[in-house]
Write a protein that binds this ligand. Structure first.
Ligand SMILES: *Cc1c(COP(=O)(O)O)cnc(C)c1O
Length: 352
């Protein structure tokens, strides 16, 4: 069986792309910033734009240091490999991206186990974490790391409240475990909660931001932590082939996103709310109230599976993604305007 992506059907144009915030295209301003970037050799330490990006992200997140990596997946895997030794166990929500969507990399690369925790909207409580703590003995895998996803993707784009993160981190640290945040959509949470990102992650030992989600860059993610941790992480960056050369062209797009694409995430959240309201009026569709830019919906009442619904929408020029039999996801980002949201709702109504 091939694991390559199926070639996209380019003959059917996409007018409204709600498939993922990863599908936004770089804006003209972002492309210009890439062309104008000062570059060097990133892995030799001579690319000034990569240093600028790492310094900016470290400051934004209130951490000592940061490292630029090609993707969020690599941030998670470099962080896991640096925190853990083979045989260690990670505690994370059972729907976490590291568990379900990274090709088994924690096992394949780091030789670690993941214990899945349960809880509403992709979150778990300090109490649930405490119940999962194993006695320290030669029989138990050493529990090394707790992982939190902000926002929780499968949890509907829900935001972990700052107090809940603090309680979980306090419990983790009491049991000598580190706390890692998968911050693929951390800036969506910061904007939605109205809390600075540095405050949200104050109790996390390591955290990363994805620049290819709502921030709209074509490539890159940045992992932050202590200077010592980031120094260790560089070996795994090198091992996994994540050390780049003239990375400054991509870092420039990320710096541009920090300057121009954070505050505007509020528009995506407003558009998500408007899409959810519109979809809720379509007979047979039920909608989970969005907290950020992700709108999860259930198609059961229409008699169509999420895949059938998505297939018909695709023919009508609208793309959404399928989570499971009846659950689908529509995702807002900078290429989807309020007017396109209204149009998408009308097309969905027509399809149903
Ligand atoms: C997208 C995503 C990732 C992976 O990021 P990539 O940049 O696509 O590798 C990890 N975690 C979550 C929650 C995500 O949504």
């Amino acid at each position: 069986m091939s694991h390559a992506p199926k070639r996209f059907d380019f003959s059917v144009p996409v007018r409204i792309n709600l498939y993922s915030d990863t599908q936004s295209k770089p804006t003209p301003g972002m492309k210009q910033a890439m062309l104008d970037a000062e570059v060097g050799d990133e892995q030799g330490g001579s690319d000034p734009t990569v240093w600028q990006l790492c310094d900016r992200v470290a400051a934004l997140l209130g951490k000592e240091a940061a490292v630029f990596l090609p993707s969020g997946t690599m941030c998670n895997q470099v962080a896991i490999a640096t925190h853990c030794r083979p045989g260690d166990e990670i505690l994370a929500h059972e729907d976490a991206h590291i568990q379900a969507a990274e090709g088994g990399a924690p096992g394949a690369i780091s030789g670690v186990l993941i214990k899945g925790l349960t809880g509403e909207r992709g979150q778990f409580s300090a109490g649930t974490l405490e119940e999962a703590i194993r006695p320290i003995s030669r029989y138990s895998p050493p529990q090394r790391l707790v992982e939190i996803e902000q926002t929780a993707n499968k949890g509907g784009g829900a935001c972990w409240p700052v107090a809940a993160i603090r309680e979980v981190a306090e419990a983790a640290h009491r049991h000598n475990m580190a706390v890692h945040m998968d911050g693929a959509r951390l800036m969506n949470a910061a904007v939605a909660l109205g809390v600075p990102a540095s405050e949200i992650v104050a109790d996390c030992d390591t955290v990363w931001l994805d620049f290819t989600k709502g921030l709209g860059a074509p490539l890159g993610a940045v992992l932050a932590g202590t200077s010592d941790f980031i120094g260790q992480a560089w070996r795994w960056k090198q091992r996994l082939g994540g050390s780049m050369r003239q990375g400054g062209m991509n870092a420039a797009a990320c710096v541009y996103a920090l300057d121009h694409h954070i505050d505007r995430l509020a528009e995506d959240h407003a558009n998500a709310a408007s899409l959810a309201r519109g979809m809720a009026q379509i007979p047979g569709i039920t909608v989970e109230t969005p907290e950020t830019n992700l709108v999860f919906f259930d198609t059961k009442g229409t008699g169509m599976t999420a895949a059938t619904f998505a297939g018909k929408l695709r023919q009508a020029g609208v793309m959404v993604s399928v989570s499971d039999t009846w659950r689908g996801r529509a995702c807002l980002h900078l290429d989807v305007t309020a007017a396109l949201v209204d149009e998408a709702v009308a097309i969905m109504r027509g399809v149903v």
